[in-house]
Design a protein around this ligand. Structure first.
Ligand SMILES: [Zn+2]
Length: 155
């Protein structure tokens, strides 16, 4: 085994067997570690991006699948929060999460989302989560949501 390969192998083993120590060291020297990481990223930007691109091209299917799963998880988490438990419609108790969505209780949801810079689809769920689940939302199924719109708030 060439020297550099051996070095890498030893590093790998070290990282595995000293996880706790490495973590403690990181937290003790966090400022420095962050500064160092930032400088490294700036210096090797092109290299990093081309590697990432390459990796993405190579594992496109798997990466997209994971991203989709991640989005799904966030969605379920947000729906669960607003349904006070497992996701279900506040009106008819429909619990198939495929047809559930977040509804602005007061209406005018589209205006609100536009104001926030086009928070549609997944971005809206992320926004709700990162903003600590603001009040004023509920879970509805598409049927009840449409019915609410049609009868102007009377479901
Ligand atoms: Zn419903």
């Amino acid at each position: 085994m060439p020297r550099s390969e051996r070095r890498k192998e030893l590093d790998r083993i070290y990282r595995k067997t000293h996880r706790e120590q490495r973590r403690a060291y990181y937290w003790q020297n966090r400022e420095y570690a962050l500064k160092y990481a930032r400088a490294y990223r700036e210096k090797h930007r092109d290299e990093i991006y081309s590697k990432l691109r390459e990796r993405y091209q190579h594992n496109k299917g798997e990466i997209n699948k994971r991203a989709k799963m991640q989005r799904q998880l966030v969605r379920i988490e947000v729906l669960s929060h607003y349904a006070d438990g497992s996701p279900k419609c506040a009106v008819c108790n429909e619990c198939d999460d495929v047809v559930l969505c977040i509804d602005h209780i007061a209406g005018s949801g589209n205006q609100h989302r536009k104001l926030l810079g086009g928070l549609f689809g997944h971005r809206f769920y992320v926004w709700l989560k990162t903003n600590g689940y603001p009040e004023g939302f509920q879970v509805l199924c598409y049927n009840c949501n449409q019915r609410k719109k049609h009868y102007k708030g009377e479901v």
